[in-house]
Design a protein around this ligand. Structure first.
Ligand SMILES: C[C@@H](CO)C(=O)SCCNC(=O)CCNC(=O)[C@H](O)C(C)(C)COP(=O)(O)OP(=O)(O)OC[C@H]1O[C@@H](n2cnc3c(N)ncnc32)[C@H](O)[C@@H]1OP(=O)(O)O
Length: 169
């Protein structure tokens, strides 16, 4: 908990986009991600940070992003040094929900029962506490994730307008 507390004041700074920083795009295990950035934070490197990093599509959850998120969460889950995970997005948006462009070509059954959304549900199997640091829009499936987390650090969010069917931080 002490490591988490020490991390929280840093989170707004962490929300700034970090394009082009190769070191931050490299996961502890050595894998490189296209849609997320991972890092271990805290003095003891015991907080796993995952930042959704698909800004051009407002972090819409495409299949590739969901796969990478799943891999990163699994790796932090298995990393005995990591006690908790912080999941965050960008400055304007946490996530604009499922990738509707990708969904366009799929049937309802394909969306619901195949890998597309099922893999997302598997993320809730992670046993370590996940803090969702939400900033800006959190839409639909992008909202369901923070809601299922143990604690949503909405106190860290910045105000940006309103939306009737969307939840804004
Ligand atoms: C499976 C179910 C669960 O219930 C879902 O999750 S369905 C997905 C639900 N989400 C949405 O319907 C959100 C759609 N997006 C929006 O309404 C708006 O983008 C916005 C969040 C209100 C933000 O609007 P803004 O005007 O600030 O930004 P743009 O609309 O110009 O978007 C920029 C850029 O991102 C692409 N994009 C946005 N959301 C998605 C998405 N969900 N999937 C794929 N792509 C998305 C948008 O197309 C723009 O890209 P461009 O066309 O310019 O290449």
């Amino acid at each position: 908990m002490a490591a988490l507390r020490s991390l929280l004041p840093c989170v707004p700074g962490l929300l700034r986009p970090r394009h082009g920083c190769a070191a931050l795009r490299t996961f502890a295990a050595g894998a490189k991600f296209e849609y997320i950035i991972t890092e271990k934070k805290g003095k003891a490197h015991n907080v796993g940070l995952i930042q959704l990093n698909r800004p051009k599509a407002l972090n819409a959850l495409c299949k590739g992003l969901i796969t990478e998120l799943s891999q990163a969460l699994q790796a932090f889950e298995e990393d005995r040094a990591v006690g908790a995970i912080v999941l965050t997005g960008g400055e304007k948006v946490f996530a604009a929900g499922a990738d509707i462009k990708e969904m366009q070509a799929l049937t309802f059954q394909e969306c619901s029962f195949t890998q597309f959304l099922r893999q997302l549900d598997q993320l809730s199997q992670v046993k370590k506490p996940i803090i969702a640091a939400v900033n800006g829009y959190a839409v639909s499936v992008g909202l369901r994730r923070p809601r299922t987390q143990f604690f949503t650090a909405s106190c860290l969010c910045m105000e940006r307008g309103t939306g009737s069917c969307f939840e804004k931080a």
